[in-house]
Design a protein around this ligand. Sequence first.
Ligand code: C5P
Length: 224
Amino acid sequence: MNTPIPVLTIDGPSGSGKGTVSRAVAQKLGWHFLDSGAIYRSLAIAVLRAGIPVENVDEIVALAENMNLSFTTDDPPEVLLNGQDIAGEIGSETCGNAASRIAAFGPVRQALLEKQRSFRRPPGLVADGRDMGTVVFQDAGYKVFLTASAEVRALRRYKQLKDKGLDVNLINLTREIEERDRRDLERKEAPLVMAKDAVRIDSSDLDIQQVIERVFGVVASPTG
Ligand code: C5P
């Protein structure tokens, strides 16, 4: 029997530190990296650009099936949507909110499934998202659920956006994050839940280095 390509899934809400931690761990392990949120965000940009209403599931699915996406591993990464670099737009809250709205539709999620699974290539994959351990890579040998208090997550996101030179308001941002969390948690399709076999890490009082060490602890002792 062939040994499956190893996968480490890191799921959790926005602002939990998933992105930074997943990238760093993938780099140290020499594994590939999937930022599944960036796939939903890219589709959201395609939808907004095409002027399709965010509730028009059929047209969104058609767009998902025909979209040509590629990511570079540079830091910051380049994201090409149908040949155009969208890296500048992808991190905005407008994009994140639209992504979370279209991500609530089952057929849209289904249309993006194979694209996400195609990232599983030797020697291994670190997959960052909401449903990596529960749906997309259910058979992953290593699963982490990374979380932090809502206040800490809003503050982190605020600093991140400020550092990018964006004009943000902490109160509005907190409200938007709470709304997005609620949508991700309450949706019927692949809601944000911890996989039964995942290890929970609360990053509220930890710095990035400490979180990375804990994640390495999980890889040293598989969950599955
Ligand atoms: O992680 P990020 O903030 O980039 O994700 C944007 C949105 O995409 C999330 O709020 C969520 O609704 C959706 N998403 C998802 N499943 C994933 C990754 C992201 O539903 N695996």
